[in-house]
Design a protein around this ligand. Structure first.
Ligand code: CAA
Length: 415
């Protein structure tokens, strides 16, 4: 049985901040953010665009664009580290909004940026177990990356959701379960205490933890994992795109059994390899910023939409979640994957976004931080009229627009 990705879709916020504007406002060289971190823009969520909003909208696109009926979904998992409640999962709001059936297993997973990778693994196991009975699993990675103003993490914010439908007849990517190694270790590199809306990061240590986790996965997967030369693409969790370059340097060096120093001919060979196998698929990450659980899968969308690779070619995927958990695996491009390019390309949505000044962004951040238990948001104050917007709380109950409008009846355009 072949298990893999049958559909994928992305949703992000209406507004963004340009990182050159942020660098100017923070008094640092623009190249630090654009070259040193490798980022261009970061998506900024209004208070109306909470995790539920992002997840619902990505889920709607995945179902409608790939012609999948809500009744075909037997498992729904939302991987997030931006939950909206200690108890009630984001997934149950999504379940209602998408009109999924009452016998659909529905829950939330958390392990920092690793949550959706864990969910994909469980979805695959559910399909193999025989309990799916012809149905598919919907896994949504949805997050709002939020660091304090003036902190080193500030230029690595972002927001968005990637919805993925896993089936036993995948039209996009086939998972290769024989190539898989996982790693876990309790470290304090990045976390968000229950009392804080912003993440706390020991930034340079977190980069080390990421690379140590990758090194452990490479060592553990020795004998299973192909050399980079046999892979058409090497994708990595990308909190900022330079992190993927650091990761590829490690993988490339591991394949050649050496540590590669800068300004050497080995480094030049690595750089060519990086330009071919990793860099081409980082353009969406540069435009959106860190979306935590969904960052790796943003690169997957970028790869699928560019249609540069051939069916059957192999790609590696490295997932890292702070705290920390990691895994490395491979997938194969499905025979007809290129046919779906226009259905999954978010280019139009991205070009319709609106640029915020740094002052407007700081004001929006302060407003979101100041929201208390019961309040009412007015979408027109934010120039918003999107689907399933978060309108505030009434009697401690979250309120959304279009609460009773499910996906049924939406135009299906596929084939
Ligand atoms: N021109 C070009 N490059 C410049 C430059 C300039 N004028 N000035 C600085 N740079 C380069 C630096 O040399 C450095 O590059 P290298 O890493 O290749 O040496 C890069 O820009 C960044 O500079 P600093 O290291 O001085 O930056 P910083 O200390 O202000 O912050 C950071 C960097 C620690 C990553 C910070 O952004 C951060 O804390 N981010 C949040 C945590 C994070 O994303 N960690 C990643 C691993 S954990 C993970 O992956 C989970 C997750 O999603 C959070």
């Amino acid at each position: 049985m072949s298990i893999g990705l049958d559909a994928i879709a992305f949703h992000t916020t209406k507004y963004y901040v340009d990182l050159e504007d942020l660098a100017d406002a923070r008094g640092v060289a623009r190249e630090k953010f654009t070259k040193g971190l490798g980022q261009k823009k970061m998506a900024i969520a209004t208070p109306l665009e909470d995790t539920v909003h992002l997840a619902v909208n990505a889920g709607r696109k995945a179902l409608s664009r790939f012609g999948i009926s809500p009744g075909d979904i037997g498992t729904l998992v939302v991987g997030t580290e931006t939950g909206v409640d200690h108890s009630k999962p984001v997934a149950v709001y999504v379940h209602q909004a998408l009109g999924l059936s009452s016998d659909c297993i529905t829950y939330e997973t958390k392990h920092a940026c690793f949550g959706a990778t864990a969910a994909l693994s469980s979805a695959g196991d559910w399909l193999v177990s025989g309990r799916a009975r012809g149905r598919k699993a919907l896994v949504i990675a949805a997050d709002i990356a939020c660091y304090g103003i003036h902190t080193p993490g500030e230029p690595t914010q972002g927001a968005g959701a990637v919805a993925m439908i896993v089936s036993d007849r995948p039209r996009l990517l086939e998972f290769i379960p024989d190539i898989n190694y996982s790693f876990t270790k309790n470290v304090m590199d990045f976390w968000r205490p229950l009392y804080s809306k912003e993440a706390i990061a020991d930034g340079h240590y977190s980069v080390q933890c990421y690379l140590q986790a990758l090194a452990s996965c490479l060592a553990g997967a020795a004998g299973m994992l192909p050399d980079t030369s046999r892979l058409a693409a090497c994708l990595y969790h990308a909190p900022f795109t330079k992190m993927a370059a650091k990761a590829h340097l490690l993988y490339y060096g591991w394949c050649h059994n050496t540590t590669i120093e800068r300004e050497t001919s080995a480094y030049r060979h690595f750089f060519e390899d990086y330009q071919t196998r990793t860099k081409p698929w980082l353009t969406l990450n540069q435009e959106v910023g860190n979306i935590y659980t969904g960052s790796l899968f943003l690169s997957v969308i970028d790869l699928l939409r560019q249609k540069r690779l051939l069916p059957g070619q192999l790609i590696s995927l490295f997932s890292y979640g702070s705290g920390c958990a990691a895994s490395i695996t491979c997938s194969k491009l499905a025979s007809d994957y290129a046919r779906w390019q226009t259905h999954l390309d978010p280019a139009e949505d991205l070009s319709a976004r609106i640029r915020l000044s740094v002052h407007q962004y700081e004001k929006m951040k302060a407003e979101t931080a100041g929201l208390s238990s019961d309040f009412r948001l007015n979408p027109s104050d934010y120039g918003m009229n999107g689907h399933y917007l978060y309108l505030g709380n009434k009697g401690h109950v979250r309120q959304y627009s279009d609460l009773n409008q499910s996906i049924r009846g939406e135009e299906v355009h596929y084939g």
